[in-house]
Design a protein around this ligand. Structure first.
Ligand code: GA4
Length: 330
């Protein structure tokens, strides 16, 4: 493939120092809603501080993740393979994508968590409690941010986004990613490799992602077609919110679904991140809200359900633009 045919981000290795927007959720509602709308339009990612999630909830789940990834390979494999849920090692999705990581992918439904916990932990009830408390906290945070977005966009029914992820049938997902540090060994080691792809470039298909990592970096976002990757500094005490494709479609492209990737360096420490992906129920229709459609901004895609979009995502490769499949006439 000629270099020019690749998306700009994949052609270039350069990075750019840009501050990711940071929003203090304890400020006045009208200020916060304006700030997050702007961040979603310009970046598709922002950090929240004063988020109200108790540290105890985050640290308990982090400890469960550390304990799981610290197990012998044979024990971890008992929780796999990830098809798509379960333990995965290097294989991402179902179509041959690879990354330098191991992960646990879980449906956020309480019954599913309780069932999976049996193969994940020696104390399944403790794991289930930690995961469910975290998921509840993430659902609350995501709903609050989505309501603020509804307000900032002056949508009459301000819970139009949040009710999708609050629905008992919501298809939300919890994910742990572990990028192990590879220590340099022996006299022939060639130093650190700084561009091993941990998780390749993609946008998240869901409505909203909440990401939290330990203090090891690696996450980068690509904003424009300028080929520059922007490092996202790790901050274990705060959360990054990332706009997914579904919210991009609902706002007819007013919000950007941030393309991101993770580099796994061979020097330094291991990175562990935990993501909550807030999704609608499988039968929910993803179609732009009427107030965003006009003759100047016609709808770009035919209406589709979250289930259809998820199926398209799982039939594609990581970096593919799955939305093209929903253009009228295709
Ligand atoms: C990206 C966001 C979430 O991690 C995820 C991923 C999923 C998987 O790893 O199983 C996908 C990927 C993600 C998008 C395209 C498809 C599906 C791997 C892949 C190649 C859980 C999700 O929902 O979509």
């Amino acid at each position: 493939m000629v270099a020019a045919a690749l998306p700009a981000c994949m052609r270039a290795k350069k990075t750019r120092a840009v501050g990711i927007p940071m929003v203090d959720l304890s400020l006045d509602r009208s200020i916060v809603s304006g700030l997050i709308v702007k961040a979603c339009e310009e970046y598709g990612i922002f950090k929240v501080i004063n988020h109200g999630v108790p540290w105890e909830i985050t640290s308990r789940l982090e400890a469960e993740g550390v304990q799981f990834f610290g197990k012998p390979a044979g024990d971890k494999e008992k929780a796999g393979p990830a098809t798509p849920f379960g333990y995965g090692l290097k294989n991402i999705g179902l179509n041959g994508d690879k990354g330098e990581l191991e992960y646990l992918l879980l449906h956020a439904n309480p019954f599913s968590i309780a069932e999976r916990s049996e193969s994940i932990s020696n104390d399944p009830q403790k794991f289930t409690r930690a995961a469910m408390d975290y998921i509840e906290a993430m659902k609350e945070l995501a709903s609050e941010v989505l309501d603020l977005l509804g307000e900032g966009l002056w949508i009459p029914e301000k819970q139009v986004f949040s009710r999708q992820i609050k629905d008992v049938q919501s298809d939300s997902v919890l994910r742990f990613n572990h990028y192990a540090a590879v220590k340099q060994q022996g006299p022939f080691s060639k130093g650190c490799q700084e561009d091993r792809i941990g998780f390749g470039e993609h946008s998240d298909p869901q409505i909203l992602t909440i990401l939290r990592s330990n203090d090891v970096g690696g996450l980068e976002i690509c904003l424009n077609d300028d080929g520059l990757w922007i490092p996202v500094p790790p901050d274990p005490t705060q959360f990054y919110l990332i706009i997914g494709d579904a919210l991009r479609v609902l706002t007819i492209g007013r919000f950007v679904s941030a393309r991101h990737r993770v580099l796994a360096n061979t020097c330094g420490d291991s990175r562990m991140s935990i993501m909550y992906f807030g999704a609608p129920p499988l039968d929910a229709t993803i179609s732009p809200l009427p107030q965003f459609v006009s003759s100047q901004k016609p709808r770009l895609y035919r209406p589709f359900t979250w289930g259809e979009y998820k199926k398209a995502a799982y039939s594609s490769r990581l970096g593919d633009c799955r939305l093209d499949l929903f253009k009228p006439g295709i």
